[in-house]
Write a protein that binds this ligand. Structure first.
Ligand code: AMP
Length: 417
């Protein structure tokens, strides 16, 4: 065992998996940029108060943050998520609204590592600030759905709920509190602790003993104001119109007080229930305000890259593909010719690799095989003498031929096409 290893919950992502990660982000960017979202690149570190301000009631913020005092005495945290940073950026730069942005990158949470749960993990996501339109909710959810479709996933389920307006939600929380208080003996130990902090979060419990009580708990839908009900109906109608199937889930709540109206979660069909949330989001108000900005409506989602790729593996879609090169240059005359030819090929936009250290012809040809190249370009003493280069197709039945040096690029292009 080597002396140094990655810390628990942290991983090295090596080729070809790393290329798959990059393609993942590219597919996401392609989907959301067609809808007018621009990318925002946020710092990995923020003043810890930014996260405390937005998430003081969550485990993510109270228990799982990586934080430290920097050399200037500032209390800093590695970001555990990006919504807070985006809202902080909105307040700092005051862009015109609606502000539609997307992001990708690593988040850090000191969690117990397991399958689909890491301490450094990647997310892609979008946020829109400054619009309350139910059809924006539809757009946002559709973009998430469309992304999963583009990856080829077919077993993703969309769960949908609305938390109503803040007043509706407050009345609902009181009713929930009264209900759970009256039945507290039937709750699991863990849920009793949750109840003391936030009755809504009890609905999140995945413990079997809590299921019957949660099943018969008061339903948020009975507390909607007229405006909240109309907004939610418009969202459902819009989703049907754009062909996104959804399942209503009245227990789908977000613990923070800021969440209101639409909430949603994308679940993978192949993962264990503890890690089957591929991504989720919803509407939030007050985040921008709590960071010193004007009252601003917001909606967004974050999708986990790691879990989504596990779902892709399970469904056999979006595989990792070795990058490979088009051409492998074999030079048995010392290596300078290979330097010249690879440079020429690369400048012409043809990907090319080569062998180093003046290996034998046999060893270089092995390298050509391993590289996945479609063509080997070979230069030895015979070729030098005759002023030609040998082009050997490595796939199919075409036989090798020689070309004049100045015809190399054209000939290689022909073989590759
Ligand atoms: P959240 O920001 O908690 O709403 O999470 C959004 C998505 O990020 C989840 O649905 C997961 O796919 C992913 N995620 C959250 N925490 C982790 C973690 N510790 N490891 C891997 N993925 C995670």
């Amino acid at each position: 065992m080597p002396e140094f290893q990655t810390s628990p919950g942290m991983r090295d992502i090596l080729p070809p998996e790393s290329a798959r990660w990059r393609r993942f982000v590219q597919v996401f960017a392609d989907v959301v940029e067609t809808a007018g979202y621009g990318s925002v690149i946020s710092p990995l570190l923020e003043d810890i108060a930014v996260f405390h301000r937005v998430g003081d009631a969550t485990d993510v913020v109270t228990k799982e943050m990586y934080d430290f005092i920097d050399k200037g005495g500032r209390h800093i945290a590695l970001r555990p998520e990006l919504t807070a940073s985006v809202c902080r950026a909105f307040v700092q730069h005051r862009p015109s609204t609606p502000w539609k942005v997307w992001y990708s990158g690593s988040q850090f949470r000191y969690e117990k590592p397991q399958r689909g749960r890491f301490r450094q993990f990647d997310q892609v996501g979008i946020e829109v600030l400054g619009a309350d339109d139910p059809y924006l909710d539809v757009e946002v959810i559709w973009l998430g759905w469309q992304f999963y479709q583009q990856l080829g996933l077919r077993q993703v389920t969309l769960l949908l709920n609305s938390l109503g307006e803040p007043d509706d939600r407050a009345r609902y929380v009181s009713a929930l509190q009264a209900y759970f208080d009256a039945n507290v003996d039937a709750l699991s130990e863990a849920s009793r602790t949750t109840l003391a902090k936030n009755p809504l979060r009890v609905l999140d419990s995945k413990r079997r003993e809590d299921a019957p009580l949660i099943q018969s708990a008061p339903k948020i839908a009975d507390f909607y104001s007229e405006a909240a009900a109309a907004h939610f109906q418009a969202v459902q109608d819009g989703l049907s119109q754009v062909g996104v199937p959804f399942t209503m889930d009245p227990t789908l709540v977000r613990g923070l007080d800021y969440y209101r109206r639409t909430t949603f979660e994308f679940q993978g069909g192949t993962l264990d229930s503890a890690q089957n949330a591929l991504g989720g989001g919803g509407r939030y108000d007050g985040l921008v305000e709590s960071l010193g900005g004007p009252p601003t409506a917001g909606i967004g989602f974050a999708l986990g890259l790691d879990r989504t790729l596990i779902a892709c593996d399970d469904e056999g879609v979006f595989p990792a593909v070795s990058a490979g090169v088009d051409v492998f240059v074999v030079d048995t005359t010392g290596g300078k010719e290979a330097l010249h030819i690879t440079t020429q090929l690369r400048v012409a936009g043809i990907s090319a690799d080569r062998a180093y250290d003046n290996r034998s012809m046999k060893s270089q040809m092995k390298g050509a095989d391993r590289s996945g190249a479609a063509v080997a370009v070979i230069i030895g003493s015979n070729e030098i003498e005759q002023g030609v280069i040998t082009v050997r197709p490595l796939r199919g039945n075409d036989i090798q031929f020689t070309v004049a040096r100045h015809d190399l690029i054209e000939s290689v292009k022909k073989v590759l096409s």
